[in-house]
Design a protein around this ligand. Sequence first.
Ligand code: GLC
Length: 818
Amino acid sequence: MGDSIKKEEIANDLLDANSAEDNVHHVNNPVLDLPTIEKKYLARVRACSKDRNTFYFTDGIAKVEIRIVSDEIIRVRLAPQGSFLDDFSYAVIDTDQHAVSFSVDEDETSYYVKTNKVICAIRKADFLVSFQDFSGKVFNTDDKPMHWEENPDFGGYYVYCSKKAHEDEAFFGLGDKATNLNLRGKRFKNWNSDTYGYAFNQDPLYKTIPFYIGVTGGEAYGIFFDNTFRTFFDFASENKQRTSFWSEGGEMQYYYIHGPNMIDVVKRYHSITGTHYMPPLWGIGYHQCRWSYYPEQNVRDITAEFRKREIPCDAIYLDIDYMDGYRCFTWDKKYFPDPKKMISDLAANGFKTVVMIDPGIKVDENYWVFKEGQQNRYFCRRGDDYFMEGFVWPGRCQFPDFTNPTVREWWGTLYKGLVDDGVAGFWNDMNEPAVFGRGTFPDDVRHNYDGYRGSHRKAHNIYGMQMVRATYDGLKKLYKNKRPFTITRAAYSGTQRFSSVWTGDNIATWEHLRIGLLQLQRLSVSGLSFCGTDIGGFTGEPDGELFTRWMQFGVFSPFMRVHSAGDTRDREPWSFGPEWEAICKKFIEMRYKLLPYIYTIFWQQHRYGEPILRPISLVEQHIPKNLIREEEFCFGDKILVSPVLNPGQKNKVVYLPEGEWYYYFNLQKYVGLQEHTIDTPLDEMPIFVKGGSIIPEYPVMQYTFQQKIDVLKLNVYFSRGKFDSYTYADHGDTFAYEQSVYAEKHFLLEGTDNSLVILQQVEGLYNERFDDYKIYLIGIPFEVRTVKADGVELNLLKDESGNDYIQVEKDFRNLIIT
Ligand code: GLC
């Protein structure tokens, strides 16, 4: 006893002296690792060399590589002994974006690698790396030289980078962390974990997104630490002046991403890690899920009920119980005797069927998937070649090594039967990977890692991403030119290229509604815009009010799905009684009206890398107070939403950014750059549309493509000044948009006291299937006397409710209203 206290004291002293972030492997148990503490730091820079867009610096032994990815993105790598690891990344798709110009200079103190936007300085005396712009503003600078420690057990190094934290600096990003948006003062670990019923501040959760954004003096930059091992981030928590990130293995390799606008940092992060493809239109409708809807009659009853009650819905989910003994790619024929027939009947009624697929494959000599995997050596093995076995839903399981390209290819083909049965979407779960009892795989499990072999320490955080990648690639082939629809629980940076994500097993509490609001905003600025929560809460019982408020937030969640655990009471929109049902219906209908707008913001994400949910800190980063606003967000750039987060809440203080805003429900105008107290009756939630916007609107349908649209309604929200607005449309289910078969429409609005001019430009080859727009003018400050479209005078018409509108041919170039 006495001995161990002494050991602990020594350990604590050492931790103080060296600081905990520099001794990551001692954080959990400082006592055990005492003898191995020995850090090495980069020393004086001795030489610099150049190879095209890459510069090398050395202190005689260690090397640092500085690579110009683009004018605004610079990659830094460290090789402690001078040899870099293989340059391979699952996250990054483009490290060569062609900078306009770059060069290297030096003076007595430093080397300066310059693009036409950023200067990366390397201080000769101590190898400190910093990034500044040409005005001399330093955005990010090392606090200590990069450093490392040898790992005696596995080889390789623990690698560390410490940066100075500016006094005012706020930090954002990092994926699904269940905490406040501003990460300052906190420390995090990335290790994908199955965290049923997680708590506020619990860490780690399901995803690893080692990317953060710093905002200082109103200007932003980003750091993407592309390392799949256990990684750690400390945002001025241990030391108020320092931010650090480190890993238990792999390479110190990070991207500095210049802003200074936060949205540009996010766009540039997308430029290296990719964006989500355009989802099928039905994928952004309302989805109904449950663990589990079975047998078949239950599925038929639930879907029929939606149609009877006229509550729109596009997809119904089958959780694990559709399988035969939880064997993936099989059907339980007792519950689903004729799946093909059921799925086609559901499809005839406008329902797509989405099913669950987990990674654990049941050990069963009579099961074809297991046999194929075993014969071909597709399953993961332990360090000494034993199979990696663990218990999950089916009992004893083995697990495909998704980091092996041959295994991914095979996995993709396994979906054929389900695709032939008509299944339209797939949900990959438990892919952290989760194993009952022990949590996940032990560290010694070996992985192919696309030929760059490694232990589970290296592959753990990308296991889920590679699983859903295999799923997506396989489905893309099976569906031919149709877009797959996939969801995954575990993810690493770049997963957006293959899948949507959800936030796992949350709880039916008001606190979790708030956590979900934070998580979705954070995921969105971390590259995973296509995200959603289990609306209503997975475990526990919401009452009607919580369920309904969550549904309201759900309308503005990019992925909109109700899901609940098997031991909870019914969770359909009508389960809480008629008043709540009516409100849920009203809001689900709103989702369907907004679909063309939502589809447009998905396009802006896909093509331009713009996040779908935009925290206020991103919208107006230059106002310090905005850096701590987190209970409202912009949905795309035209709509602001402030979900109601408390029971019995009668009103909510809402901040509106610069500009004029219209309250969605009564079109009352509010001025921006200030807070307003907004009433929050149960059947409303604070939703505002920005003045100077065009919001396209569909009629309410029970599912996407239920009816042909003859005329597209455009709601024009007037404001004085010049504004841009966009709409986007395409087939809604093919990849033809990659060959320019889409219609991206750019509207330029100019409003004055007595006129409104709308110019339209069309890009792309898609011809929308309607001829005319029906334009409604909202908040126009003058009496309309004349309307001219491309010089031809038009009449103002009245609809059945007595509202004025303009009917104009959809390809008009200019519309002048005076
Ligand atoms: C996991 C998933 C949950 C699913 C359940 C059964 O807990 O997170 O969504 O319903 O497994 O498959």
